[in-house]
Ligand binder design. Structure first.
Ligand code: GRF
Length: 202
């Protein structure tokens, strides 16, 4: 069975959508994969409570306890690696995980590290994507699921969804419209990834 490890920093609504899809669409039976743990770099992340209430294992690796980015990433990797299976490396899913990862970390999980970004990449990598899309006069915005590479918010695109930007949109209104699409495309992209990398021993 392949373990899926979801990394969050806040609300975890994408994590919820992924966990719900895994159950509804029977990922263990169909893909030999299960959501094994939710890990947060913030002990106060709201998503942790939801995960616990829904029977998911949770872990906290508080970035404030580490002097360097490298030390934090090393500690995080140790926790993730606790979910490795001999024949099945874990799939690591960043879902609103608000930390920049070191190249060493990205390299370690190359090909099995996914992220969702709230813009139509390659437009607007980084923060404040909705505000920037509105300021630029974009008529469409959206979200992108991609494989993580060393460069922030780059990497092969696995899935995208576009939404209209309406004339009087605030960044919050646009964010909500994009987020509802994130909840659709992230589980879909993960299911596609799992289908392509079907577990050997389910
Ligand atoms: C999402 O828009 C995600 O794309 C971005 O941060 C937000 C996290 O939302 N990186 P949630 O924690 O999944 O609710």
């Amino acid at each position: 069975m392949r373990n899926i490890v979801i990394l969050i920093s806040g609300t975890g609504s994408n994590m919820q959508a992924i966990a719900a899809a895994a159950e509804r669409d029977q990922w263990p039976e169909r893909f030999g994969a299960r959501v094994a743990a939710v890990i947060s770099n913030r002990p106060e992340a709201k998503g942790l409570a939801w995960a616990r209430e829904h029977g998911l294992e949770t872990q906290v690796v508080d970035h404030r306890a580490y002097a360097t980015r490298e030390a934090f990433d090393e500690a995080l990797a140790r926790v993730i690696d606790g979910y490795e299976q001999p024949q099945e490396p874990a799939l690591v899913v960043l879902a609103g995980f608000m930390r920049i990862l070191t190249p060493g970390f990205v390299e370690r999980y190359a090909g099995r590290l996914l992220n969702i970004h709230p813009s139509l990449l390659p437009a607007f990598p980084g923060l404040h994507t909705h505000q920037r899309a509105i300021a630029a006069g974009c008529r469409v915005a959206g979200a992108t699921v991609h494989e993580v590479t060393a460069e922030l918010d780059h990497g092969p695109i696995l899935e995208q969804a576009a939404v209209p930007v309406l004339p009087c949109d605030t960044p919050e209104q646009l964010a909500a419209r994009v987020l509802s699409q994130e909840h659709r495309i992230y589980p879909q992209a993960i299911a596609q990834w799992l289908r392509r990398h079907r577990a050997v021993a389910a």
